[in-house]
Design a protein around this ligand. Structure first.
Ligand code: ATP
Ligand code: MG
Length: 373
């Protein structure tokens, strides 16, 4: 009668064993390379090897029977994979690992090794069973893909570096130009100041002073531009803060309080000079005309995004715009209108209660530019 643990007879696989044992016959005949080792013997030697394994490794059966499997390892075998195997043997658990093995002729192949302990019902470890699969093609393809990926990543990183270097060089150059323009505008402002001193006609002096503030406003634009990281965008809100603070301080009118309500609005740099000049006209007007005879008051400036547009609102609680000037076309007013046209902006003067309120609505992008909202 057949024993319950008849499969144990596979221990006799070396001899004409297992005859009549279909499992042993299958293992001998399968195309899957397989071996069995005996951990109860010294150095866990191979006790069974099938023909597929011999074909894979190029050894004769007699050359490897009784040897530990480590002869399959070679100079490029990953020590980490060997360590994993050792640990699995020690812990009597199964393991699946890709390991670089060597044939008898010294050539190497990637071995998808699966090794599993054979433990009896009673918990005794009798064998280790191992199946091998030559996965060299798969691993080579993986390595090639990995190498190509790394190659492309290096190329992309290199190109990105080149582009950032080029951008940094361009930014430096633009900053340098803005710096020079600002210095030249400062020089023009100094000339205007000197010339103004020699003019006795009060109207001409006033006109010169107005020109001076316009030149200074443009100087502030270029100062902000060379201090900015982005050479293509200009933050209207931050500019408004600097300009209004400078103008109020420069007016010496400490009884006028300034209120700022500013949300970041970035516009293309080419819009910066007209926007700056327009704000300068309106703020100087309020400081010059809204609060005569040292009348105290409040000047508030608001910058707010509004979808694809943005708004600038300048409100004073001064004496209000005299009726007679509404229809007149003084230089300042004409300048504001021409800047508004240039910017495609709508501008509305409204009487405040008291004072004057001016609302400007401007498109954020230049015509033809990509919509960035
Ligand atoms: N916020 C304001 N409050 C009261 N009056 C104002 C205000 N803004 C403008 N005005 C009136 O409108 C007039 C026209 O202003 P405009 O800016 O066109 O000329 P200006 O400021 O007198 O001279 P400039 O040509 O130097 O600007 C001013 O003279 C002033 O009487
Ligand atoms: Mg004016």
């Amino acid at each position: 009668m057949e024993r319950d643990d008849a499969w144990h007879l596979t221990g006799d696989l070396m001899v004409e064993h297992g005859k009549g044992d279909p499992f042993a016959a299958a293992i001998r005949a399968t195309r899957m390379p397989m071996i069995v080792t005996d951990p109860r013997r010294d150095d866990n030697p191979i006790v069974f090897v099938n023909d597929a394994f011999l074909r894979l490794t190029g050894y004769e059966r007699g050359e490897i029977m009784g040897r530990n499997c480590r002869f399959l390892q070679g100079p490029d075998t990953d020590p980490n994979a060997i360590q994993q195997l050792r640990e699995a043997v020690g812990a009597r658990r199964d393991i699946s690992v890709d390991i670089l093995n060597y044939r008898k002729d010294g050539t190497s192949f990637w071995n998808a090794l699966y090794m599993s302990p054979v433990i009896t019902k009673g918990g005794d470890l009798h064998y280790f069973f191992a199946s091998q699969l030559d996965v060299t093609d798969r691993v080579d393809a993986q390595m090639r893909t990995q190498n190509e990926k790394e190659h492309f990543e290096r190329e992309v990183a290199k190109r990105t570096r080149e582009l950032s270097d080029a951008l940094a060089a361009k930014t430096m150059l633009v900053h340098e130009v803005d710096h020079r323009v600002k210095n030249n505008l400062q020089m023009v402002a100094s000339l205007l100041t000197m010339q103004t001193r020699s003019i006795s006609d009060p109207t001409a002096r006033e006109a010169m002073k107005s020109m001076l503030t316009r030149v200074e406003a443009l100087g502030t634009v270029h100062k902000r531009l060379y201090q900015s990281h982005d050479v293509e965008r200009f933050d209207v809100a931050e500019f408004a803060r600097e300009l209004a603070t400078d103008l109020v301080r420069g007016s010496g009118r400490s009884e006028i309080s300034l209120h700022l309500d500013l949300e970041p609005v970035e516009v293309p740099v080419e819009k910066a000079p007209p926007v700056a000049l327009m704000m300068n006209e309106l703020i100087t007007n309020a400081l010059k005309h809204a609060f005569p005879s040292n009348r105290p008051g409040r000047l508030s400036i608001r910058v707010q995004p509004d979808g694809r547009y943005f708004g600038i609102r300048i409100i004073d609680d001064g004496i209000g715009m005299p009726q007679e000037v509404v229809g007149t076309r003084s230089f300042g007013k004409r300048l504001i209108e021409s800047l508004a046209r240039q910017l495609n902006a709508s501008i509305a003067w409204q009487p405040g209660d008291p004072g004057t309120s001016i609302d400007i609505r401007l498109p954020r992008e230049s015509p033809g530019a990509k919509d960035s909202t």
